[in-house]
Design a protein around this ligand. Structure first.
Ligand code: 13P
Length: 251
């Protein structure tokens, strides 16, 4: 059956030293976390090597926040999937709305990133989600369906089995405005049906679909109680060990 996952997307926050302290804080409280919950941390690139060393021997997995859409070569400033996999990352976040919005990531770019990540044995945490005006126009289902179809539908069932999906409504990210459990469950169920139609019911039953957007200890329980919400992709609340663990114990 599918995994429950709580993943912390640190975004562009913390110094290396602060990051190490955050990881220590998480490790010290791991005994509180049910063994059925997979914790993942996604620090900035500069932190990944020391983070991999700090996490060795623990059950916390390491993720990058992005990877290049090219394998190697003259791409100044980019970090390639083999580099990320080579230092011990198991996951990579792809298609975050901030990357789509501020760095012009398109479905075309994301197809290349997903393929390169999978070729290196990385598990993509593929983010989807509508903007406020799209929800207000009642277009959220079609927007999310297109984001999934355009980037994931070319995968083989074996490749798709490695993918985690994160639904993050853009209007709920960093705004303090969480989707209600009903709103989140409704679209998570729709995402699972979209997957079932393309990859079959077993694949749909096995894919973990995470909710992201102002998730915190006080609302995680209600969200995680929904049948199609398998965990969270956490931003702001992942920057404090107490809050991150507070969310992880909400299953
Ligand atoms: P917040 O939890 O800060 O709203 O961010 C969510 C997010 O974007 C995680 O990727």
């Amino acid at each position: 059956m599918r995994k429950n996952i709580v993943a912390g997307n640190w975004k562009m926050n913390t110094s290396v030293v602060e990051g190490e302290a955050l990881i220590q804080g998480i490790l010290e409280r791991m005994q509180e976390v049910p063994s059925s919950v997979q914790l993942v941390v996604a620090p900035p690139f500069t932190h990944l090597v020391p983070a991999a060393a700090a996490l060795r021997g623990s059950s916390v997995a390491l993720s990058a926040q992005n990877c290049a859409d090219q394998l190697k070569g003259a791409y100044t400033g980019e970090v390639a999937a083999p580099m990320i996999a080579g230092i011990g990352c198991q996951y990579v976040i792809l298609g975050h709305s901030e990357r789509r919005e501020y760095y012009g990531e398109t479905s075309q770019t994301l197809v290349r990133k997903i393929d390169l990540a999978l070729a290196e044995g990385l598990k993509p945490i593929y983010c989807v989600g509508e903007k406020l005006e799209e929800r207000e126009a009642n277009r959220h289902f079609e927007v999310v369906e297109a984001q999934i179809r355009e980037v994931l539908f070319h995968l083989t069932p074996e490749q798709f089995a490695q993918v985690v999906i994160a639904y993050e409504p853009v209007w709920a990210i960093g705004t303090g405005k969480t989707a209600t459990a009903e709103q989140a469950q409704e679209i998570h169920a729709f995402i699972r049906k979209t997957i079932a139609d393309q990859f079959g019911q077993t694949a749909a039953d096995e894919v973990s679909i995470l909710y992201g957007g102002s998730c915190k200890p006080s609302n995680a329980k209600e969200l995680f109680a929904c049948p199609d919400i398998d965990g969270g992709l956490i931003g702001g609340a992942a920057l404090k060990a107490e809050d991150f663990i507070g969310i992880a114990v909400s299953f």
